[in-house]
Design a protein around this ligand. Structure first.
Ligand code: Z5A
Length: 213
């Protein structure tokens, strides 16, 4: 049996990941692919409980190191209980964020060393890595403006603009370093134009030799 593929969507605040996910899922299913949609931090019940801790506004004094270990604790559970078994049985996994968010937020944003994140990545994920990552890239001010109307800001959303600028720079650096895995989409365009670019990226991925059985 062909193993499934792991596709991740990444981006800063208000980039439009949630908006794009349903369209991605529908596009894959229209090709007869079985798809599991999930998110990070989160997924299985324990990881969702860790998500609540990580994002709770009341935990405003959390150390950066604690935050990093919590997102990886959630990820270890997610990969081992949900993602790796799904991929092994041939199901494709579509995840709203994955390890690139840790490099961007805890690495770029908080300044934690990439070497520590890389070690945790291997420890938590084994050899499970995204096959395709769509980065929805958006100027920080535009993303924050989109989110401004939302009242329920989580702990990380309370950060100041320079934090989100470092997060964006880190995402862009990772995309530049791995052009074979990343597709960067200009998320500042209207919803339909963003959707069209993502559709093209998925079609191109599906056309790669060996991706479909
Ligand atoms: N985090 C971390 O620190 N380390 C990690 O390892 C991981 C995560 C995995 C939760 O993520 C937080 O966890 C996140 C990073 C951290 N930090 N924060 N803050 P999340 O994905 O649940 O939260 P989020 O990034 O804030 O997602 P979001 O708020 O749901 O945004 P989104 O999914 O990218 O956008 P959206 O909901 O689809 O759209 C936002 C709004 O913009 C909405 O009103 C849309 O109608 C509108 N929108 C969307 N697209 C467009 C276009 N093209 N034009 C105009 N308006 C648009």
């Amino acid at each position: 049996m062909n193993r499934g593929r792991l596709i991740t969507l990444e981006g800063g605040e208000g980039a439009g990941k949630s908006t794009a996910l349903a369209a991605c899922q529908a596009q894959l299913q229209a090709r007869g692919i079985e798809v599991l949609r999930t998110r990070e931090p989160g997924g299985p019940p324990l990881s969702e409980r860790i998500r609540e801790l990580v994002l709770a506004a009341a935990e405003s004094g959390m150390a950066a190191e604690t935050e990093l270990l919590l997102v990886f604790a959630a990820r270890a559970e997610h990969v081992r209980k949900v993602i790796a078994p799904a991929l092994a049985r041939g199901t494709w996994v579509l995840s709203d964020r994955f390890t690139d968010s840790s490099y961007a937020y805890q690495g770029g944003g908080r300044g934690l060393p990439a070497s520590a994140i890389a070690w945790l990545e291997t420890f938590a994920c084994g050899d499970t890595r995204p096959d395709l990552t769509v980065l929805l890239d958006l100027p920080v001010a535009q993303g924050l403006a989109r989110m401004a109307g939302r009242g329920d800001r989580d702990r990380i959303e309370h950060e100041a603009e320079p934090f989100f600028e470092r997060v964006r720079a880190s995402f862009r650096q990772r995309a530049a370093a791995e052009p074979g895995r990343f597709v960067v989409v200009d998320a500042g365009q209207p919803v339909a134009a963003v959707a069209a670019q993502i559709r093209q990226a998925l079609d191109a991925f599906l056309a790669r030799p060996g991706v479909l059985p």
